[in-house]
Design a protein around this ligand. Sequence first.
Ligand code: SAH
Ligand code: SF4
Ligand code: F3S
Length: 486
Amino acid sequence: MKNLIEDIEVLGPAPAEACETVKVIESSSTGKSRKLYIESYGCQMNFSDSEIVASILQKEGFDTTSDLAQADLVFLNTCSIREKAEQTVRNRLQQIQSFKKKKPEMLVGVLGCMAERLKTKLLEEEKIVDLVAGPDAYRDLPKLVALVDEGDKAVNTFLSREETYGDITPVRLGSNGVTAFISIMRGCDNMCSFCVVPYTRGRERSRDPHSVVAEAKDLFSKGYREVTLLGQNVDSYKWSEAENNKARLEKNGSTEIVTFARLLEMVALVNPDLRVRFSTSHPKDITDDVLHVMAKYENICKYIHLPVQSGNTRVLELMNRGYTREWYLEKVNRIREILGPQCAISSDMIAGFCSETEAEHEDTLTLMDAVQYDYAYMFIYSERPGTPAAKKLADDIPNDIKARRLEEIINKQREHSLLRNQQDLGTVQRILIEGNSRRSDAHWQGRTSANRVAVFAKAGNKSKGEYVNVLIEDCTGGTLLGRIVA
Ligand code: SAH
Ligand code: SF4
Ligand code: F3S
C-alpha cells in the first residue's frame, strides 16, 4: 500500500479536517518558569484548540517550547477519527517515555478526541499519562495540572452544551502571520454512522457572532489577511441573541437569528482585504443564501469543501448522510450556477464502507467524473467503537479490497486535480503571499481564491501578507507555477 499521507498531500493543501499530520506549537518566551510542549493531531479544530490551551496555560505561568526535551509539561492533542490516528498517538507516547525517564518530573497529558473517547481507560492503558482532558475541559487545565503536581492523576472529560471558548484569545503560535483559523462552533449533531466526532466533541453549539467578528478584526489589525471559519458543519451555525445574550438583546433590541450566511457576510465586511474561507460544508445543509453571499463578496474565497463520502445512494443511507447521489449532484449544479465553474469543490471519500459492493464503489468513481473535484481527502473505512456503524453493520470488506478501491479513487482524483489546475493556465490569479516557497527563498508561495497553491519568483517590493497578480504559466497536480504581472 502506498503512503496515504503522501498521496493526500499531492492533491492539495491541508484540509480543515481529516489530516493526520502533526503540528508542534512553536516557542514563546515571556521569561516564565515552566515550559509547555503541545503536539496536535487530527483536524484543524484540534490545532485551533491547542492555541486556546496555550493561551489558558500562559496565563498560569507556562511558556511554550518546541523542544520536547526542555518541556515540563507535554500535551498531545489527539484524534480518534480512524484507528491509525490513535495508533500514531500511542506510538508517540512510547517515544515520550524515554524523555520522561531522563526527566521524571515531566508531566504528560492527553487532550482532545482520544482523551474523550477513552477517558480514565487511557490512564490504565498508557501508564506514562498523568492527565486526561477532553475538548470541553480546557478551562480546567490549570486545576488538573495542580492536581498532578500534588501527586494525583487528573481526568476531566465532561462534555458541555455551552462551552465555545468564545472569550479566549488564542495564542497564535506557529503561525505564518497571514492566515488564521477561527472556530465558530463546536461539536456535531449529525450522527453519520461511521463517525466518532459526535461522541468525542459532543453536542453542536455556535459561538457568539460578535466574538467571531471581534477576533477577525483583531487578526486583521495584526496583519493577518485570511481567516478560515471552522466547524464540523458550518451550515448549521445558528445564533439567536434572544436565547444567548439577554443583556445585549435589551440594549440593541435585535431579535435577528444569525445564520451561517449572515455570519459569513459579517466577517466579509470586516475589510475587503481580509480573505474569508470556511470549512466544512455539509451537502444536506448548505443553502443558496450562503452561495449568494459568496458570490456577492469578492473577498469570500470561491472554494467549498463538500464531502460526499460515497457516490451511491444506498451506501449514503447506511452512512446516515441525509442526502442521495442525485441531491448531491444537484447541489454541485447550484454551486456552479451561482458561483461559476471556477469555484473549486473538494471532497472526502471513504472506500470500503460496510457492505459496499463493487458496483457501488464504481458509483463513487462515476460521481467523481461528474463533479471533477479540485482536491479530495480519501480514506479507507476504519470502524470506530461505539459508532452506529460499529453497532449495527458488519465491517465486512476485506482490507485488500478496501485498499484497491482507495487506490482507484486516488488515481482518479490525481487526474482531476491536474485537469482542474490546467484550467488555470494562461489566467491571471490574485494571490495572497503567505511566505517563502518551501523549496526556495527566491520564490513566494500563496493561494488563489480557489485554494490552489501557487509558487512564483519574487519580484518588485512585495512582501508576505500582500496581494499580487500572478500569470499562471505551468502546473502540476498539486501546484500552480507563474510570474507576477502588473
Ligand atoms: N465534519 C466533516 C468531516 C469530519 S471527519 C464532514 O462532515 O464532512 C473528516 C473525514 O474523515 C470525513 O469526512 C470522512 O471522510 C473521514 N472519516 C470519518 N470517520 C471515518 C472512519 N470511521 N473511517 C474512515 N474515514 C472516516
Ligand atoms: Fe462526523 Fe458527519 Fe459530523 Fe462530519 S457531519 S463530523 S462526518 S458526524
Ligand atoms: Fe478532529 Fe479527529 Fe477529533 S478529525 S474532531 S481531532 S476525531
